[in-house]
Design a protein around this ligand. Structure first.
Ligand SMILES: Nc1ncnc2c1ncn2[C@@H]1O[C@H](COP(=O)(O)OP(=O)(O)OP(=O)(O)O)[C@@H](O)[C@H]1O
Ligand SMILES: [Mg+2]
Length: 237
């Protein structure tokens, strides 16, 4: 008898080793949190996912809050010196990089709504299937309470869900367990959580990646070490 399970379409991350951890990729339409301490690779890894997809003609949007558009592009081109077609993909809007100022946007419900409407226009203009939001961390200090912050983030995530895009939302957190992210009442709004971390090994730091949860898919449960190379991320298997 045929399996009753319906096959979910998966978005390949294109990151070496990560698709195996995710049994093929991120279920399309999932909203994923990528959490990690400062410097663990959130910006670079999420950019690589868009880059790999742009190369197979899947368009995406990278929303940068932490650094300006120019600085982000210089950063990724510097880190991934083998990716010599980044400018071309950006020029052709296969990767749309948009810098967003959030100070005003999160002051009231109305301004949040118009922020979301603005982002939607960009996402829809280039038929993006993947969206990176890098990151929600600078928003938290602009908001008075955890409750309002959680509501604003949930609203943004629900909006991505309604658009049908797969999102990767970055957050800076040092939480070892990820049962909590500072300022958020839980992470229930996310279908998936991937955690990046480091540990000290003799005189150097070793990077680790863990798939904490992924709705609609099986995934590996062990943490895997990885390296960041000029040819992209490499998760060791
Ligand atoms: N131009 C570069 N060349 C080589 N390595 C780089 C370059 N840029 C970043 N890296 C390395 O990649 C690591 C991850 O950088 P990335 O910016 O993705 O981290 P992040 O998790 O987004 O950090 P943050 O919390 O500061 O936003 C850095 O700590 C650094 O070791
Ligand atoms: Mg970053």
């Amino acid at each position: 008898m045929a399996s009753a399970k319906t096959q979910v379409n998966k978005i390949s991350t294109g990151v070496v080793g990560l698709d195996e951890m995710l049994y093929g990729g991120i279920p399309e339409g999932n909203q994923m949190l990528m959490a990690g301490d400062a410097g663990t690779g959130k910006t670079l890894m999420s950019f690589e996912m868009l880059y790999r997809n742009a190369n197979i003609n899947i368009p995406s949007t990278f929303i940068t809050l932490e650094e300006g558009r120019k600085s982000l592009l210089e950063n990724v081109k510097g880190a991934f010196s083998y990716f010599d077609d980044i400018d071309d993909l950006v020029d052709r809007n296969m990767i749309t990089v948009t810098e967003q100022k959030v100070v005003e946007a999160f002051k009231s419900r109305e301004s949040l709504q118009s922020f979301i409407v603005g982002i939607n226009r960009i996402i829809q203009a280039n038929s993006s299937r993947i969206v990176v939001f890098d990151s929600i961390s600078p928003i938290r200090p602009l908001i008075d309470s955890d409750r309002t912050f959680t509501r604003a983030i949930s609203q943004m995530i629900e909006n991505f869900r309604n658009l049908g895009v797969t999102s990767i939302v970055n957050v800076e957190t040092a939480s070892p367990t990820l049962t909590e992210v500072a300022g958020l009442y839980g992470t229930y709004m996310f279908d998936g959580i991937v955690k990046l971390s480091t540990y000290k090994e003799q005189n150097s730091f070793q990077y680790l990646i863990t798939v904490v949860k992924m709705r609609r898919s099986n995934h590996k449960n062990s943490s895997m070490p990885f390296e960041i190379t000029p040819k992209g991320f490499n998760i060791f298997r």
